[in-house]
Design a protein around this ligand. Structure first.
Ligand code: URA
Length: 292
């Protein structure tokens, strides 16, 4: 006998946490009877377990997929607004797979999908702290203070964020690119961290998940993980160290008496060229070098 939420996730329907919601919402039956208690157990060899009337099928074959999610797709398995689903992009994949965690509709980049509920649960469990790296294009120029605040933890509605690795990747006259590496998985976390320090996000792309990088996949393309990658993701990895912020400081505005003008535009930050271990050396919008 196993707990129902574990069986549902093992059958590749969804993660264990989402399976609990299915149970609480009365969508799960055992031998035709709706079960809404989270502690309930069943025996898949004997009991008929169904979600929304569909019997669970325990597939022996596990699939592990890395998709480069384009913007304009949602990571849910159905959408009441009829928007495109990430699973629509998996042409030729017959088995039902579901996303490991979520990316916003407007976020692009690395998304894992699987029908191995236990593997997905492991990766998503806060205890395992898998690092996720994002490249963020922000409106205008960033200031050292903003990066430092994000790195140290910012106050969000539900509490202060854990320390993050935040650095400037590429400066330009219009919009800077920054890299943000976090290990938490709060809803819209990177966007809210940026908002908290008054940075407006123009583009958000996940470029790394643990030891996996987005690679050469174009938006909408996917590939299967190798066995080594599947196992490698389960290994605890040494946490990346925050890099020293080697960036130009925002100069104090000089007075109009000194300059003859009003306060000038803050000088641009310069991308960090330090040689300490970096979680990724990818340039925004470019395919990264394979790690290892
Ligand atoms: N952080 C966000 O704000 N959005 C995502 O999609 C992922 C991380």
């Amino acid at each position: 006998m196993e707990r129902l939420q574990k069986l549902i996730s093992q059958a590749g329907i969804t993660s264990r946490r989402a399976a609990e919601e299915l149970i609480l919402n009365g969508r799960v039956t055992v031998n035709g009877t709706v079960v809404t208690e989270l502690g309930s157990k069943a025996d898949p060899a004997v009991d008929r377990i169904a979600v929304d009337g569909k019997p669970l099928q325990f597939s022996a074959k596990h699939l592990y997929i890395l998709l480069n999610k384009p913007t304009g797709y949602i990571t849910a398995l159905k959408d009441s607004l009829g928007r495109p689903l990430v699973t629509d992009l998996l042409k030729g994949v017959e088995e039902r797979v579901y996303p490991v965690g979520r990316l916003d509709y407007n976020t692009e980049g690395l998304l894992l999908l699987t029908n191995d509920g236990e593997w997905a649960n492991h990766l998503m469990h806060p205890r395992h702290e898998v690092e996720k790296e994002y490249h963020v294009r922000v409106r205008g120029k960033v200031m050292e203070q903003q990066l430092k605040r994000m790195a140290g933890g910012v106050e969000l509605e539900e509490g202060v964020t854990a320390p993050a690795i935040v650095r400037l990747v590429k400066g330009s006259d219009l919009n800077d690119w920054i890299s943000v590496t976090i290990h938490e998985g709060r809803n819209r976390q990177v966007r809210r961290m940026c908002e908290a320090v008054s940075l407006s996000v123009v583009r958000l792309r996940r470029v790394r998940y643990g030891c996996l990088e987005i690679g050469v996949l174009k938006p909408g393309q996917f590939r299967y993980l190798t066995e080594a990658e599947v196992k490698g993701l389960l290994q605890p990895e040494p946490a990346s160290q925050p890099e020293p912020q080697k960036v130009r400081k925002l100069q104090k505005p000089r007075s109009t008496a000194e300059t003859g003008t009003t306060v000038g535009r803050p000088p641009a930050l310069t991308p960090d060229k330090q040689t300490r271990k970096q979680p990724s050396r990818t340039k925004p919008g470019e395919a990264p070098r394979p790690r290892r």
